[in-house]
Structure formats: C-alpha cells, structure tokens
Design a binder for this molecule. Structure first.
Ligand SMILES: [Zn+2]
Ligand SMILES: [Zn+2]
Length: 272
C-alpha cells in the first residue's frame, strides 16, 4: 500500500440487513489486509425505525462490534458507529437513539425521498422516471440533513448517481444543482462536520467516488476542514477498497489529513 494509515470508516456487518460478514470476521480480515482502523456503521433507517425494528438491529450491531473491538484491542483500531438513514425525517427518533448509544462515529445519509423506496430499489420506468425532479428533491433533503446536524460525517452525497448514471446510464449535469450543493457543503463546513468520500462507486458500474474530486475541492474552498473515507463494504473482501484513491482525492482537494473518529471527536491522520 502506498499510504501508511489505511482507515476505513464505513463498514457494514451482518447486523445490517445488507451485510454478509460478522464484526469479528471483518476485524480478522481487516488486520490481515493491513488496515490501521475501521468503523462499523450498520444501517439504522430512521424513517422505518419502528416498523422494521431497528431498535433490535442497533443493540445487536453494537454488541457484536464491541466484542470484536475487545478481541482486537492493540491490533486494530475499531470504531463503533452507525449509518443513520433519513434522520431529518424523524429527528426525535434519531436523537433518542443517539442519546442512549455512545457511538464513535455517526454517518448521516439519505437513501430515499420521503415515502419512497431506496434509490437502489426505485422503479426508474415509473416513480423514478423524472430523474431531474428526483435529484432536485434529493439535494433539498441533503440540505435538511446538513441543517439537522446530528451526524459527524455526511455520507455519500451523490448517492442517487450510483443508480441514475451507473445503472440507468442517464446523463446528469450536476451544474444544475450547484447552488444546492454549495448550500449543503457550506452548512456542513460551518457546522464543523466532515464530508465523506465514499469509495463504493469505484467498484460498481458508476466507477467514481461519491462525491467526486470537484465537490470535495469545493467543500474545502467553502471552509470544510474534515473528510472521512469509507469503502461502504458489505463483504470482507471489500474492506479498505478504494481508500487510497479516496485519500488521493482528499489530498488533491487540499486536505493534508483525513479524520478518524473516537467518541464522536475527530482526530486528524496525515495523508502520507
Ligand atoms: Zn448508505
Ligand atoms: Zn453504507
């Protein structure tokens, strides 16, 4: 590896509905792959919290992550985090969860518009046919999330593009949304929060990080101080995937460090 410290702050275990490996196995794999640190960030979809029993998921996820952290003490830095989906749709539930579990890192994400399916499951022939309207509403929701401000890092800002460009092969001109994207980035920067460079797009048809370099650079220009890098791995094989690419993007955007989070405080780790 070209970089000394490979830190992957977005990893799902089999406590997540879409994860495939246990926290313990993922730690074993991460240590074997030479990672310095990782954070488990299982999905808690706040707008479906009660109906999908995410209270059970949250406890299960924390328990297994804490066991793995003890077992790998001194060998691997293990963060216990969460990826909160749509927290601004039900802030009360989100804040209650965060008040009872002491996470190291909270990723804030929007996976679906209000009352709609996840962008990965949308029917792009029908409800998802007008992708410009989808993106318009999506960036409004990202701004609501940024204003809610209860997270540490803003997850995969360009998430719908993984499907709209990567799978539906549509041409999207992000310049149309640049005012909205600026407002989101400015809010995150002013609130002293981090922007995530999510590298999962690199190993999917979309082929690029979420977001790409131009947006990370703009975040820096608007005063952003913190970035995290995460693979969004759902399998042990994807641990650390693209992290170095993400670190290069952070450096090109003007950051000298990436952030590691412990008890929701950022620690700078030099990109070297
Ligand atoms: Zn996500
Ligand atoms: Zn994720």
């Amino acid at each position: 590896m070209a970089f000394k410290n490979i830190i992957d702050l977005h990893v799902h275990t089999d406590s997540s509905f879409d994860g495939h490996h246990s926290a313990m196995f993922l730690c074993e794999s991460a240590e074997g792959a030479g990672l310095r640190a990782l954070a488990f960030t299982d999905h808690i979809e706040i707008d479906r919290y009660k109906q999908d029993r995410f209270d059970v998921t949250a406890r299960d996820s924390y328990f297994h992550a804490a066991n793995a952290r003890s077992a790998f003490s001194g060998k691997l830095i293990v963060g216990i985090g969460v990826e909160l989906g749509q927290p601004a749709y039900d802030p009360e539930t989100a804040e209650k969860l965060l008040s009872v579990i002491d996470y190291d890192i909270v990723i804030g994400s929007v996976h679906n518009l209000r009352g709609m399916k996840d962008f990965c499951d949308l029917d792009y022939e029908n409800e998802g046919a007008c992708y410009e309207k989808l993106l318009d509403e999506y960036f409004d929701e990202e701004l609501e999330l940024a204003k809610w401000n209860g997270f540490d890092t803003l997850g995969h800002l360009t998430y719908p593009l993984r499907y709209i460009i990567g799978e539906q092969k549509k041409n999207v001109d992000l310049k149309k949304y640049s005012d909205k994207i600026d407002a989101i980035l400015r809010t995150v920067a002013e609130n002293g929060k981090a922007l995530e460079i999510n590298t999962s797009g690199l190993r999917q048809p979309y082929g690029v990080t979420m977001p790409e370099l131009d947006i990370v650079r703009r975040f820096r220009e608007l005063g952003g101080e913190f970035v995290t890098v995460g693979s969004d791995a759902h399998y042990a094989n994807d641990l650390g995937a693209g992290i170095e690419e993400g670190m290069k993007i952070a450096r090109e955007a003007g950051f000298s460090c990436i952030s590691l989070f412990k008890s929701r405080m950022a620690t700078p780790v030099p990109i070297e």
